[in-house]
Design a binder for this molecule. Structure first.
Ligand SMILES: NC(=O)c1ccc[n+]([C@@H]2O[C@H](COP(=O)([O-])OP(=O)(O)OC[C@H]3O[C@@H](n4cnc5c(N)ncnc54)[C@H](O)[C@@H]3O)[C@@H](O)[C@H]2O)c1
Length: 363
């Protein structure tokens, strides 16, 4: 089992990664001195594959253990699900001495994290990511929240877990589409984390579809280490943490405009491509550089399909993005891997250019 320390000003916590380490979960809760009353929020598909194992693991846990299964979908990432969870916590007599344990992908993690941040004004909380996306990204950094109306993740809080435990064996039951979603966020790191990460990812990213142990482990460790280094400098996203939003302004709009038929990680891939076109239009990268960087995305063409995009609708959704100030959309753009520009403002016509050209590749 490997350990990466995530250090932010108010709190440090470990991220554990390894093969078949799920059995260590109850022991780790005890070892770190967390409370004994556990409220497990579990993804319905994870329950299907691992429910019995989890029951056995916690059968002799000293303390109260309640399992609450939820269905992971953007349409369920709402106040209604929060209400269900708060009701279940109260009905089962949980109070301030609770540990919320999120066992699932990014959706379960975001919802459970928000419940942990608000129930009894904040209780302890553990993340057990079960998707690649959650392992490389959402389980670390403390962003929690739900969607409201048509706006993604607009109600939320920054709230850090007490530890994260990722058992790489979870990926064995994950479908190809979900692996692709994780690869979406890995692509983001490839463009952010510098040339060495970029080169390794360019060469090996396709091996993730075969869940090759060494590749998965190295990529998760490098991704979390990079994310931890960014979050440690700027937990609440007032500066450098904005880099992690590369491609996301386009991505969130694509997810909503396509009625969530495109998943978050897939939309991130599309969003980074649109960002490259925008960089080119604003003369941040040359035509030659654009072509070179687009080469990274050839492997995804045909895997992601955008259906009849409406540019006006996309632009309107982008105007609602929570990162905007005074109705101005601000973009994170890249020159080369590791050379990043924050808060770039672009004219509407340039954004339309980027959307049109970027989306065309996935039509
Ligand atoms: N908080 C953050 O910093 C952050 C960062 C990136 C993304 N996100 C959020 O994460 C969400 C996407 O997360 P996701 O891609 O993990 O999707 P997800 O949570 O919807 O999980 C994807 C699918 O995989 C299933 N699943 C989960 N684990 C499984 C397993 N081991 N085996 C088989 N099936 C399994 C789920 O039931 C679901 O159908 C989005 O809502 C996005 O906004 C948050």
């Amino acid at each position: 089992m490997k350990k990466i320390d995530v250090t932010i000003p108010q709190k440090s916590y470990p991220f554990f990664i390894g093969e078949n380490i799920l059995p260590k979960l109850p022991g780790q809760i005890k070892k770190l001195g967390l409370n004994k009353n556990l409220f497990l929020i579990i993804d319905r598909n994870v329950q299907k594959f691992y429910g019995k194992t989890l029951d056995e693991l916690f059968s002799d846990f000293e303390g109260k253990v309640k399992k609450q299964v939820i269905t992971a979908s953007e349409k369920n990432k709402t106040h209604e699900t929060l209400t269900l969870l708060y009701n279940s916590l109260l009905k089962n007599g949980f109070g301030r001495d609770t540990v919320i344990v999120a066992i699932g992908g990014g959706i379960v993690g975001d919802i459970a994290g928000f419940v942990a941040s608000t129930f009894s004004r904040g209780v302890q909380y553990v993340q057990v990511p079960t998707t690649l996306l959650a392992a490389v990204d959402s389980s670390v950094g403390g962003k929690t929240g739900v969607n409201f109306g048509a706006t993604k993740n607009i109600v939320g809080a920054f709230y850090q877990p007490d530890f994260v435990l990722f058992d790489t064996d979870f990926l064995k039951t994950l479908g190809e589409k979900e692996l692709l979603c994780g690869i979406g966020e890995i692509t983001k790191y490839a463009f952010l984390a510098g040339q060495s990460y970029f080169n390794y990812a360019s060469k090996n990213i396709d091996r993730i579809f075969d869940t090759e142990k060494n590749v998965v482990s190295r990529i998760v460790v490098d991704s979390i280490s990079y994310k931890a280094s960014v979050v440690s400098k700027d937990e609440k996203e007032s500066g450098i943490r904005k880099v992690l939003n590369l491609g996301h302004t386009f991505a969130h709009a694509v997810e909503v405009e396509q009625s969530h038929k495109i998943k978050h990680g897939e939309a991130v891939i599309v969003g980074i491509v649109c960002s490259l076109f925008l960089s080119n239009k604003l003369m941040i990268i040359s035509d030659v550089e654009l072509k070179k960087q687009l080469g990274f995305f050839n492997r995804f063409l045909g895997r992601i399909k955008i259906s009849k995009p409406n540019l006006d609708a996309l632009y309107k959704i982008m105007l609602r993005d929570k990162k905007n100030r005074e109705n101005i959309i601000k973009f994170v753009l890249i020159k080369t891997s590791g050379e990043i520009l924050l808060d770039v403002v672009a004219e509407k016509k340039d954004v339309y250019f980027a959307l049109k050209n970027g989306l065309q590749l996935f039509s």
